[in-house]
Design a protein around this ligand. Structure first.
Ligand code: HEM
Length: 240
């Protein structure tokens, strides 16, 4: 009975396709083999999915909470340029250091803004420059537009990242309200530091990234950045 059915089925296949069942079987087997051979070149959607979720996990990996560093020197800051994946990724603007680890895709090795990592990039950001010479916290001689742009960057960083410290300045410079004490102390004795006279001494920007400028309390003092520069220039003029 079954044999008869099989014969009938065989004949109907031959009739309709003109091919023997053996040939059809061979074609199907080849098609399947071909499919697997070709699909081997592409990651299966399952594999792609796993890859994607692994990437996502890496990106959203729970970052260790930012560690407050206090005052660090520029050299110490360089250690946080992302070359050591165990260390946080840090970047400074106007002497204020921010933990930018969450944006490793920007500032991490190979990222478009990796050159800013581990540095005070104030000048570069103000001038929208990627030049090596502008990778510095020295903002002397910048124009009003550049200082404005820098201010915007600073606000962006303040709202997006956690401030973890300040850059220790090699030479203390009087160019802001926070340094008024220094001015008073030296008033009459010595003239205020020639902050923009040369490029040799790194001027301390605005409110002076020394103790006491905690995150959150910065905004008002930051807005005085440009004014304070003008003020200090006026001071110098008066003394002259
Ligand atoms: C062709 C010009 C540029 C284009 C198309 C561009 C594009 C972008 C884009 C799409 C982002 C990501 C924004 C976000 O997701 O929040 C970004 C971020 C950034 N850009 Fe640019 N950019 C350009 C030039 C510059 C220049 C000249 C600088 C500074 C010298 C700069 C500094 C930055 C920084 C620091 C960030 C990261 C900000 C953060 O941490 O959130 N960019 N840029």
């Amino acid at each position: 009975m079954a044999l008869q059915q099989w014969d009938a089925w065989k004949e109907s296949i031959i009739e309709s396709t003109g091919l023997s069942p053996a040939t059809i079987f061979t074609i199907v087997a080849l098609a399947v083999a071909f499919y697997y051979a070709i699909s081997g070149f592409f990651p299966s959607s399952d594999h792609a999915h796993h890859q994607r979720s692994r990437d996502f996990e890496e990106q959203t990996q729970v970052l260790p909470p930012p560690v407050q560093l206090g005052e660090v020197t520029e050299d110490e800051l360089k250690e946080y340029d992302g070359s050591d994946p165990k260390k946080p990724l840090l970047m400074a603007i106007k002497g204020q250091i921010y933990d930018v680890s969450q944006s490793r895709m920007f500032y991490g090795p190979g990222g478009p803004y990796a050159l800013f990592a581990g540095k005070d990039a104030s000048r570069a950001l103000a001038k929208l420059s990627f030049e090596e010479k502008d990778l510095t916290g020295d903002i002397s001689g910048l124009g009003a537009f550049e200082l404005d742009a820098l201010q915007d960057w600073e606000y962006k960083f303040m709202s997006k990242y956690v401030k973890v410290g300040t850059v220790k300045q090699a030479v203390p410079v009087n160019d802001g309200q926070a340094n008024d004490k220094t001015i008073e102390a030296t008033d009459g004795e010595a003239k205020p530091a020639e902050d923009d006279a040369s490029g040799s001494a790194k001027p301390l920007e605005d409110d002076g990234p020394s103790k006491g400028s905690e995150a959150g309390a910065d905004a008002p003092s930051e807005t005085a950045a440009a004014e304070s520069v003008v003020k200090s220039e006026a001071d110098v003029d008066k003394k002259d």
